[in-house]
Write a protein that binds this ligand. Structure first.
Ligand SMILES: C[S@@+](CC[C@H](N)C(=O)[O-])C[C@H]1O[C@@H](n2cnc3c(N)ncnc32)[C@H](O)[C@@H]1O
Length: 205
């Protein structure tokens, strides 16, 4: 399973998101494009992929919305449609207590879970072969991905336009995450899932 985790530090968490102004809603356009690029290929959905977006903006962050490629049916992949699913999810999260979750629709759930808690849980899962899962943190100054052995069962963490906060460094060390670069230029968050999938596809993983 390929699992992406996007930490969206300013993305709004109240359901009053203006669908006509997604960039002004804590860069919600970037969140929606990242979801689309992680899950959809031409004419199909990647069934072996999950993306979790951790929204940390006002007014009730953190909220984690998870999209499961193997369960999604009949969803559209344009940014505006994905934003409507996010609004729907946020409406169903008003009463959630810490770490509780709600089903939203086939292939989408929402939880009141922090980035660190989510990532810690994912990093503790084992692969089918009984190995600890590989956790990659995307960082322009990390090791070139082309020299890194990749697992088919991988967790990939990346930041929103605000980047990943430096204070998470110690946490990444604790869970033995590897910092990996996907190229010499600083890319948009939404580019990251496509490049990672391409690396995995080319290696037959
Ligand atoms: C738009 S960038 C963030 C830019 C932000 N100003 C910063 O300095 O972190 C969004 C995220 O994409 C990922 N990213 C962008 N370019 C990358 C690269 N060349 N290699 C690895 N990760 C990259 C990182 O996870 C980054 O946090």
């Amino acid at each position: 399973m390929k699992e992406f985790v996007l930490r969206a530090r300013k993305a709004k968490t109240d359901a009053g998101i203006n669908l006509d102004q997604l960039p002004k809603e804590g860069k919600m356009d970037s969140v929606c494009a990242s979801i689309s690029n992680a899950l959809w290929i031409s004419g199909d959905v990647r069934k072996d992929t999950i993306i979790h977006v951790v929204l940390e903006g006002p007014t009730s962050g953190p909220k984690t919305i998870s999209f499961f490629g193997n369960e999604i049916k009949g969803l559209r992949h344009d940014e505006r449609s994905i934003a409507t699913y996010i609004v729907d999810a946020l409406k169903r999260s008003a009463c959630l207590q810490l770490n509780e979750e709600n089903h939203v629709r086939a292939g989408i759930k929402i939880s009141k879970k922090s980035f660190e808690r989510l990532l810690w849980e994912l990093s503790q899962k084992h692969t089918q072969a009984g190995k600890k899962r590989q956790v990659l943190v995307l960082d322009k100054d990390g090791k070139d991905i082309r020299g890194v052995a990749l697992d088919k069962d991988v967790v990939v963490v990346f930041g929103s336009p605000e980047g990943l906060p430096p204070k998470t460094e110690n946490f990444f060390k604790e869970i033995k995450a590897e910092k990996v670069s996907i190229g010499p230029n600083m890319l948009f968050a939404a580019h990251c899932p496509i490049i990672i999938h391409n690396e995995l596809d080319r290696r037959g993983l």
